[in-house]
Structure formats: structure tokens, C-alpha cells
Design a binder for this molecule. Structure first.
Ligand code: MSP
Length: 643
């Protein structure tokens, strides 16, 4: 039996799921479902990426331990997916023992083979991407993805001798060019291959503790990408588990274009160095932009939340819109109004209308039972031929990841069926009591819907199951069934249901979009679009609301089981000292702190962190070498205002 293994990137457990993450996951789910329709033995993996600086920073900003943070965020992803009708075979977390063990074994193997060495690393690093950049790849010294300045970092690092494998990978791609698709991304990788470089794959523990220790040097943790990429084989239980033998190397990795370098360059070379077979395909999709065609960002008000869209339109409509709107490999726009319009045109007008008018006539003319078709005409044969002819086209499109074309090919058949329906005027046949011809026309329409319910099942599994229930279908849902015609047994009872795809209010969608845009910070400053640009500006009034004061630390002590945090008492000249929880334990020993003056946000809403009340927030500068507390230039009385 053919096998199919599809993966999504494992998402950073640094924030809540975003529409982009939802897209890749829905795409992978739909691909897995199509493979199941083909009768393939299918495995679908997703999960969360839980180590690295970015995670530590997000946890610290929330005032919680990284461990607790990743548990919470990972659960948000895991819980969202079923509500979008995503059914994965496994959900991997990089903090799981099963993953750590495999990462360490692979590291040791590559080290023993002489492909890892220690050296001094100096370079430009983007914390957001967890990547080092070459100067020329930065835009004005800023990360092309995050728009934040790259930091200059210098430290002892272990290096992966990737350069040794550049020729091998270049030749491999020449021999099997469609390993990376579409072509433009393969060309990008070929460009990367022009300049052989080794890859730093560790971080000293003095800078980052939240990671997997190198088995050959416990003072370092693995670089998050070296750790994360391995999820694709650790989840299968590499090297000995039955699942690994079954589903590797038929892997179809699905990623967005932002993470081409790690998947198109590091991962193949890691596999080669570890003696693991190459994945089958790396499939790279484009990026979503807002419905206004601009890069999505909260500050522009054009960013959309998958859970909110699901609540408004239902999971399957969101899936449909996402999969239909993005042609493979290129960027596309998405937003509330785009989903609404797509729903009305394709789902309510074309598909929904065909379902409701066909079923209505079967109920009024044939007591809700599948009618007996009469002799077929050339027109009936043409319709049947059209559906049959679409099958190879649809299958090829799914195989090549041209999902929006696969959908459009089915939609074309639906439209052809509607035209057939209109041309045959079954409502007149009913009036004239021509039940033989009426039976034939309705039977053709019912069979069309049955085939559509199979071909659209990967995209809209829940709605298509409902349609199949309404059609009373009991045959197995697979491509074989879709190839057949005359499958619905005459006399079988249909089931009446609500409209599958009711029309939605596009005006309301547009109004919601406008309201979000107007409420967004950037909307008040026309022309400001980039993160870190004018969109981030606060007014002097806004700034004045923040009360910054100098305080003197009276005491500092560790918090049991919270290795990042310290409990401080601080004199702010208020008579009674304040208590604070601060995420500085990794950078400051408690005994160094008593007597120091610091700057505090004095009017921050109090919070309870790890069961301890925190009444303010201290300020510190952050850089590659860690945190540095802000202190006045000379002693001032506690409580002095910072202005
Ligand atoms: N943790 C890494 C991946 C490690 S895989 C071994 C990571 N995580 S992420 O949370 O940033 O997810 C990135 C992925 O989310 C993209 O590659 C893409 O699949 C999806 N998207 C996030 N934003 C997107 C858009 N605006 N548009 C389309 N997809 C995008 O990178």
C-alpha cells in the first residue's frame, strides 16, 4: 500500500495561533485527507517548537516559567486544530523526552562522524527568527521578516560542518529537481548553495538554558533549529520504531516561505550527515496578506484570528476560503470580507444552491427517495463525462499541491451541473408530470453531488459528511466511489436538513474590517505601516500615564521552583516597601542586588506571579550578553520620578 507522511512546521510556542499557522495546518490536513481518499496509508504530524530565546522572552514577559508557558501555549494550538476540523495522527512537542533523546543521539552521531567542531561565533542575530544573518541579507541592519535590528553576538559555539555537503546537495537537486517545489524556492536554495558556510548549532548555557543539552558538552544547548527540525523523525520514533520504517522517507514537508533556509538547506544536510534518507518533497507556500493587500499586522488592524473567523463562518467555510484563495507558492490576501464573498459566490450560490434545489424537488416529486433514471441523453452523458474527466485533473492538482486548482476544477463541474439543471428545467418537468425525464435529471444531479461530496471532503470534511448523510450514501467514501456513476441506489431515502451553506452578510464583514482598522494604532497615523515605524509611536499624553520611579532594593531572594525569577523588596519612599517578582535570576545573583537603585514602572497594575504578588516592574536593557538593570547616574532619594 502506498504511504504518505505529511508534516507542518512545529509552531513556536511564543504566542497564540495565527491565521498563517492555521493555513499550513489546514493545508496539511486536507492533503492527508486526499491521500486517505486514495487509499494511502497516511500519517499527519504537527506540533509545537518550545525551546530557544524567543520562548524564554515571551515567558519572562508574561512573568511565568518557560515550562509552564509552553504547556499553556502548546495546549492552545492542540485545542484549536480539532475546531478547524483538523485531525492529526500525532502532536509533537520539542520538550518531550522522546524528542530530546533523538536530538541528542543525532547530535552525538554527527559529532562522532567529525562534522561538529567548536569555534568562536561572531555575527548578526535575529532573536525573532533565531537565525544568524549575513549583512547583505538584512534591510538597513534590520531583519527582513521582523523589521527589528539584528544584534551583534560573539560567543563560543559548536559548528556543524555543513559546507562539506554543499556539493552533494547541489547535485542531488540537479538530479531530483522537484524535491523542493515550486521551482522558485528550489532556485532560492540553489542560490544559498553558492556560498558554502558552516552552521552554528549551539548556544552557551550562560546565555540560554532553555534548550536540549549537547551530549558531548553539557555547557551548551542545541540551537533551536537543529533541535526543532529533528521533530520530523523523532515523532516517528527514529531509528527503530515501526512508524519510522513505515513513514520515512515518504515525507511531504509543508512550510511557509519564511523558513525555507532551515528546511531547504540545514535539514537535508543534517539528514545526510546523520545517515538518514532524504525527505521526498519540501512544499513551500506563500504568505498571507491582509484584505487590503498589506502585510498583516495587529498595528494595521488587518490581521485576522482563525478562531474568530471559525466562530463567524464555521470551520469548513474558513478552510474552503484559505485553500481556495492561495495559489501554491505565491502570496495571497485574506480577510473577513474575502471569506464572506467566497462563501456567497462558491458555497452558497453554486454548491449550496445545487444541493437545496435538487433535494427540494426529490422531496416534492419523489417522496424524498432517489428516483429511477430513464434513458440517458447526450446531455446526461456529457455531464457524467465531465465529472469523470475532472478526476485525473483533480488528483494531479492535489499531488502537485495546486490545491486551489483542485478546488476550482470541482467547482467548474458544480457550475456545469447547475447549467445542466437550468437547461433541463426540472421544475417544468415536475409540473408536466414527466417523471421519467425528471427522474433522470434529478438522478444526474444527485450523482454529481455524491461525487462532489468525495472530492470536496478533504477541504470541508464536516459539511461533506452532512451532505453525504442527506444523500443517504452508505458506500465507502474514497476515490473509487467518486469514479463510479449510478452508485446511489434507486429508492434510497434522502434526509432533509438545513441549508448547508447559508448566505452571509458581506456588508457586515466589511464593517467589522473597517472597525478593526479604525481601532488599530496605525490607523490614527496614516502612512505608517512598518513595525517599528510610526505605527509604534505613542503620544506624550500616553507616555505620561506611565509613572517611572527610582527605588532602592532592600532584599532579593530566589523563588523555589522558578529558576528565572527573583522576589525583591524595594523602597520607593512610600513608607512601606513594595514587593516585586522579576525575571532576572539568570542574570543577577540575589546577593548582588541589595542596596542597588533601579528604575520601576510604579503604576503598573499589580499581578500575581507564581502565587506571589508583584507590585511594579523593573526596567532593564536587553542585549546578546543578557540583561542589564537601569540605574540612575548617581544616588537619588527613593521614589524620585523619572521624567
Ligand atoms: N518554529 C518554527 C518552525 C520549526 S519547523 C521545524 C517556526 N514557527 S512559526 O510559528 O513562526 O511558524 C511559521 C509558519 O507558520 C510558516 O512557515 C507558515 O507555515 C505559517 N505562517 C505564519 N505566518 C504566515 C503568513 N502570514 N502566511 C502564511 N503562512 C504563515 O517558524
Amino acid at each position: 500500500m502506498d504511504r504518505y507522511y505529511v508534516t507542518t512546521p512545529i509552531y513556536y510556542a511564543s504566542g497564540t495561533p495565527f491565521i498563517g499557522n492555521a493555513y499550513t495546518t489546514v493545508l496539511a490536513d486536507a492533503l492527508a485527507r486526499f491521500a486517505r481518499l486514495e487509499g494511502k496509508d497516511t500519517y499527519f504530524l504537527t506540533g509545537t517548537d518550545e525551546h530557544g530565546t524567543k520562548i524564554v522572552q515571551s515567558a519572562a514577559a508574561a512573568g511565568v516559567e518557560p515550562g509552564q508557558w509552553v504547556d499553556d501555549i502548546s495546549a492552545k494550538f492542540r485545542d484549536l486544530w480539532p475546531t478547524l476540523n483538523v485531525e492529526c495522527s500525532d502532536f509533537i512537542r520539542t520538550t518531550e523526552e522522546r524528542h530530546k533523546k533523538v536530538v541528542q543521539t543525532i547530535l552525538q552521531r554527527v559529532y562522532d562522524a567529525g562534522d561538529i567542531y567548536l569555534s568562536e561565533k561572531e555575527g548578526l542575530y535575529c532573536v525573532g527568527c533565531e537565525l544568524f544573518y549575513d549583512e547583505e541579507d538584512l534591510a538597513d541592519g534590520k531583519c527582513p521578516t521582523h523589521g527589528t535590528p539584528a544584534e551583534r553576538v560573539k560567543e563560543p559555539n559548536y559548528y556543524f560542518r555543513m559546507s562539506r555537503y554543499y556539493d552533494w546537495w547541489t547535485e542531488y537537486l540537479a538530479e531530483k529537481p522537484d524535491t523542493i517545489r515550486p521551482e522558485r524556492y528550489r532556485n532560492e536554495v540553489l542560490n544559498m548553495l553558492k556560498k558554502p558556510t558552516d552552521l552554528s548549532i549551539s548556544r552557551p548555557k550562560s546565555r540560554l538554558k532553555w534548550g536540549i543539552e549537547l551530549p558531548f558538552d553539557r555547557n551548551h544547548v542545541a540551537y533551536v533549529w537543529f533541535d526543532a527540525l529533528i521533530n520530523y523523525v523523532s515523532a516517528l520514533g527514529w531509528p527503530d520504531d515501526e512508524r519510522f520504517k513505515r513513514y520515512w522517507p515518504v515525507a511531504q514537508h509543508i512550510i511557509g516561505k519564511d523558513i525555507l533556509r532551515p528546511h531547504g538547506l540545514y535539514w537535508p544536510i543534517m539528514l545526510k550527515a546523520a545517515g538518514i534518507d532524504m525527505y521526498q518533497h519540501l512544499n513551500v507556500h506563500g504568505f498571507w496578506q491582509g484584505s487590503d493587500g498589506r502585510k498583516m499586522s495587529k498595528s494595521l488592524g488587518n490581521s485576522i484570528d482563525p478562531a474568530e473567523m471559525r466562530d463567524i463562518y464555521g470551520a469548513d467555510a474558513v478552510r474552503y476560503a484559505l485553500l481556495r484563495e492561495m495559489p501554491f507558492g505565491v502570496d495571497a490576501n485574506i480577510g473577513d470580507s474575502i471569506i464572506a464573498e467566497r462563501m456567497n459566490t462558491d458555497l452558497a450560490n453554486d454548491l449550496g444552491n445545487l444541493v437545496s434545489r435538487t433535494l427540494r424537488l426529490v422531496f416534492t416529486s419523489f417522496e424524498g427517495k432517489v428516483p429511477q433514471p430513464g434513458t440517458s441523453t447526450a446531455e446526461d452523458d456529457a455531464l457524467r463525462g465531465r465529472w469523470r474527466g475532472a478526476l485525473p485533473e483533480v488528483t494531479a492538482a492535489w499531488h502537485d499541491l495546486r490545491v486551489s486548482q483542485a478546488i476550482e476544477a470541482v467547482m467548474e463541474c458544480i457550475r456545469a451541473t447547475n447549467r445542466y439543471f437550468d437547461a433541463n428545467k426540472p421544475w417544468e418537468l415536475a409540473k408536466n408530470r414527466d417523471s421519467e425525464r425528471l427522474g433522470t435529471v434529478l438522478y444526474s444531479a444527485l450523482e454529481s453531488l455524491r461525487v462532489a461530496s468525495v472530492l470536496f471532503w478533504p477541504v470541508m470534511p464536516e459539511r461533506m459528511e452532512t451532505l453525504r448523510r442527506e444523500l443517504g450514501t452508505t458506500t465507502p467514501r474514497d476515490l473509487e466511489e467518486a469514479k463510479g456513476w449510478g452508485v446511489l441506489p434507486v429508492g434510497q431515502a434522502l434526509v432533509e436538513g438545513d441549508a448547508l451553506f447559508p448566505r452571509v452578510d458581506v456588508k457586515a464583514a466589511k464593517a467589522r474590517e473597517r472597525a478593526k482598522f479604525e481601532a488599530a494604532p496605525a490607523a490614527q497615523k496614516p502612512g505608517s505601516e512598518e513595525p517599528g515605524g510610526e505605527a509604534d509611536i505613542v503620544t506624550i499624553e500616553e507616555f505620561r500615564r506611565v509613572r517611572l520611579k527610582v527605588g532602592t532594593i532592600l532584599s532579593a531572594e530566589p523563588i523555589p521552583k522558578a529558576t528565572e525569577l527573583l522576589k525583591l523588596t524595594v523602597d520607593l519612599g512610600e513608607g512601606k516597601p513594595r514587593q516585586l517578582v522579576a525575571g532576572i535570576a539568570e542574570h543577577y545573583a540575589p546577593e548582588r542586588l541589595a542596596g542597588r537603585q533601579i528604575v520601576l514602572v510604579a503604576n503598573l497594575e499589580p499581578a500575581t506571579v507564581r502565587g506571589i504578588r508583584s507590585e511594579g516592574m523593573l526596567l532593564a536593557a536587553e542585549s546578546a550578553s543578557g540583561l542589564s538593570l537601569l540605574t540612575p547616574d548617581g544616588e537619588v532619594p527613593p521614589g524620585a520620578e523619572v521624567c
